[in-house]
Design a protein around this ligand. Structure first.
Ligand SMILES: *[C@@H]1O[C@H](CO)[C@@H](O)[C@H](O)[C@H]1NC(C)=O
Ligand SMILES: *[C@@H]1O[C@H](CO)[C@@H](O)[C@H](O)[C@H]1NC(C)=O
Ligand SMILES: *[C@@H]1O[C@H](CO)[C@@H](O)[C@H](O)[C@H]1NC(C)=O
Length: 508
C-alpha cells in the first residue's frame, strides 16, 4: 500500500512525458522519462541547488550506463541486472510499453538468467546473483516467483531457511535475500528479522562492513514500511547512527562503493528520528566522485550503485520501489496499452538487422507478463542454489604493483560452494566490490584474465597478472615465491575451504 500510493503519485505527474516517447528515439533520450517530481517523498531534504545537481548526476550516470550497452542490449560481465536495477528504480516509467530498447534489455535480462539456470549444474548460480536477478525482474515488470516455471524467490528462501544463522557465513547475502523476500511480498519469520537486526546493529557485525550493515538496514526499512513497527524504527535508528558516525568530513563513507551503499541506507531512513548525517555533503561527495564522462570509476556496477544512491537521495525510495507487481498496481500507464510488439518478435527482427521502423508487430507472445491488475501466479519449481551444498570460505587478494610493500592491496572473503571454479569466485568478488572488477578473453582452454581493477596487462612493459594459490594470507614483507604460482587456469582451479588466492600485478 505504501508503495502503490507513491507510484500513483509519480505515475500521474509524469505520464504526460512517457506517452510521447517514440520507439525510434535513441536510447539515451529515455532519460527524459526520469522522475520529474523528485521531491514528492523526500520533502526537499536537499537544498534546491544541490537537488538539481543530484538530478544531473543521476541522469549523466544513466546516460553513461546506456551508452555502454552491448549489441545484445545487455551489459558485459554479468552486469545486466545491475543496470536494470538502476534504470527501473530511477525512471518512473521503465520499461515503458513503447520503449523498444528498454524491452529488448528486459528480454536480454531474461535470456541471461535462463542461460544461467540451464547451466546451473556445472556453474551453480549463487544466491546473491539470483537475488539481483529477482530484484531486476521486479523492476522489469516480470515475476521472480514464476520465471518460466522457476520460483526464484522460493529458491532464495529455501536456501536461507536451510542455514544455521549463528554460523551463517554471509551476512550480506542474507540481508540481500531478506530484501528480495520483503519486496516480493513474503513474510519474514521472527528468527530472520532478529538476525537482520543483529547484522544491522551489532558492534561487530558478522562481516565487519558498512555495506553489510547498510543492506540489512534496507531490508529492515522495507519491513518497517509494511508494518509500521516502532521496534523496527528503534533498531533502524540505531544502525543508521552507526553508519552516520562513519561519514567523513568530505561527505563520503570511504570508497565509492561503500559511499553509494551507505547513502542508499541513510537516505531511506530519513523518517527515523534522531539520526544526524550530512545529506548535502554526501550529495556533493557523490558529485566529486563522478567522472566527466558521467561514470563512477569507469565501472558499470559502481555507476549503477551511484545512480541508485542519487535516486534514493531524491525520492527516499531507491531499491524499495522495486516491489513485486509494481507494474500492475496503481501505475495504470505502465500496463494499459497492450498494442506493443511482443518481445520475441522484436528480438528476432533486430538480430537480423532490419530497420527498427519495419518491425512486425503481429506474431508471437511474450511469456509471463502479469495480467493487468492482478498479481501473477507463482510457480512451485524451486531452483537448487549453490549454497545448498557444502560451502568453502575463500580469501582472494589483489596486489597491484611490483613492490608489494608499496602495492595497492585489496582483499575479500567469500563463501562459495566447495569446488566452485576460481573464475566464478572472481565474478562473485566483482559483484560485491568494484575493486575486483576484471576482464578476460575466452581461449579454447578457458578464460584468460588480462585486466583486474582497471589495470590491464602490458606485454611491452612485461606487466602481467600472476595468480598464486597460497597456504596463508600473503605477506608484503615476504612476497610468495613462484613455487606458489597456481598450477592451472582460472576455470580449472576448484576452490576448497580456507583457500587463499592472490592475483599480483607485477613485472616479470
Ligand atoms: C554539511 O556539509 C556541507 C558541505 O560540506 C557544509 O557546508 C555544511 O556546513 C555541513 N552541515 C553540517 C550541519 O555539518
Ligand atoms: C582486507 O580488506 C578489508 C576490507 O576492505 C580491510 O579493512 C582490511 O584492512 C584488508 N586487510 C589488509 C591486510 O589489507
Ligand atoms: C569436489 O571435487 C572432488 C574432485 O572432483 C570430489 O572428490 C569431491 O567430492 C567434491 N566435493 C564436493 C563437496 O562436491
Amino acid at each position: 500500500m505504501w508503495l502503490s500510493g507513491a507510484l500513483a503519485k509519480v505515475g500521474s505527474s509524469s505520464s504526460s512525458c512517457s506517452s510521447s516517447m517514440s520507439m525510434l528515439l535513441p536510447s539515451f533520450l529515455l532519460i527524459v522519462h526520469i522522475y520529474q517530481v523528485t521531491a514528492t517523498q523526500a520533502e526537499s531534504l536537499l537544498p534546491e541547488s544541490i537537488e538539481a545537481s543530484v538530478v544531473d548526476l543521476r541522469d549523466r550516470g544513466l546516460k553513461w550506463l546506456v551508452t555502454g550497452r552491448n549489441s545484445e542490449f545487455g551489459w558485459d560481465l554479468g552486469d545486466t541486472p545491475r543496470v536494470v536495477l538502476a534504470l527501473s528504480s530511477s525512471a518512473s516509467q521503465w520499461p515503458a510499453q513503447n520503449d523498444l530498447e528498454a524491452r529488448l534489455t528486459v528480454k536480454q535480462l531474461e535470456l541471461e538468467l535462463l542461460d544461467k539456470l540451464l547451466r546451473h549444474s556445472v556453474d551453480p548460480v549463487t544466491p546473491a546473483r539470483v537475488s539481483y536477478f529477482s530484484l531486476a525482474l521486479n523492476g522489469a515488470c516480470k515475476d521472480a516467483r514464476n520465471f518460466y516455471g522457476h520460483n526464484l524467490v522460493a529458491s532464495l528462501e529455501k536456501h536461507t531457511a536451510d542455514q544455521d544463522y549463528p554460523g551463517y557465513p554471509e551476512a550480506f547475502g542474507f540481508s540481500l535475500t531478506a530484501l528480495v523476500s520483503c519486496l516480493s511480498g513474503s513474510h519474514l519469520h521472527r528468527r530472520q528479522v532478529r538476525h537482520l537486526i543483529a547484522i544491522a546493529t551489532d558492534d561487530e557485525p558478522v562481516v565487519d562492513s558498512i555495506d553489510t550493515r547498510s543492506m540489512a538496514v534496507m531490508a529492515l526499512e522495507c519491513l518497517r514500511r509494511k508494518r509500521h513497527s516502532e521496534t523496527l524504527v528503534r533498531h533502524i535508528g540505531e544502525a543508521l547512527k552507526k553508519i552516520a558516525r562513519l561519514q567523513q568530513p568530505d561527505g563520503t563513507f570511504g570508497n565509492i562503493h561503500t559511499t553509494t551503499v551507505a547513502v542508499q541506507a541513510m537516505a531511506l531512513g530519513s523518517v527515523v528520528p534522531g539520526v544526524e548525517w550530512n545529506r548535502t555533503a554526501a550529495a556533493l561527495a557523490l558529485r566529486t566522485m563522478q567522472r566527466p564522462d558521467g561514470s563512477f570509476l569507469d565501472s558499470v556496477p559502481a555507476t549503477a550503485e551511484a545512480v541508485i544512491a542519487a535516486t534514493t537521495l531524491l525520492n527516499g525510495m531507491g531499491l524499495l520501489s522495486l516491489k513485486r507487481g509494481r507494474c500492475s498496481e496503481g501505475a495504470e500507464s505502465l500496463k494499459s496499452t497492450l498494442s506493443q510488439p511482443p518481445l520475441w518478435t522484436t528480438y528476432t527482427v533486430v538480430q537480423a538487422q532490419a530497420p527498427k521502423s519495419q518491425l512486425d508487430t503481429t506474431t508471437a507472445s511474450s511469456n509471463n507478463s502479469p495480467a493487468p491488475g492482478a498479481l501473477p501466479q507463482q510457480s512451485n519449481s524451486v531452483v537448487k542454489l549453490a549454497g545448498d551444498t557444502t560451502m568453502a570460505s575463500v580469501k582472494y587478494w589483489i596486489w597491484i604493483g611490483p613492490t608489494p610493500l608499496t602495492a595497492q592491496i585489496y582483499n575479500i572473503s567469500l563463501s562459495v560452494p566447495v569446488n566452485t571454479t576460481f573464475f566464478a569466485v572472481m565474478r562473485r568478488a566483482a559483484e560485491l566490490d568494484p575493486n575486483f572488477e576484471f576482464s578476460s578473453t575466452v581461449w579454447p582452454n578457458g578464460h584468460y584474465v588480462h585486466t583486474i581493477s582497471g589495470h590491464r596487462e602490458q606485454p611491452i612493459g612485461y606487466h602481467y597478472w600472476l595468480l598464486y594459490h597460497l597456504p596463508t594470507d600473503p605477506d608484503p614483507a615476504a612476497p610468495p615465491p613462484t613455487t606458489f604460482v597456481a598450477p592451472a587456469g582460472v576455470d580449472k582451479l576448484l576452490v576448497q575451504d580456507r583457500d587463499v588466492y592472490l592475483f599480483w600485478y607485477k613485472k616479470l
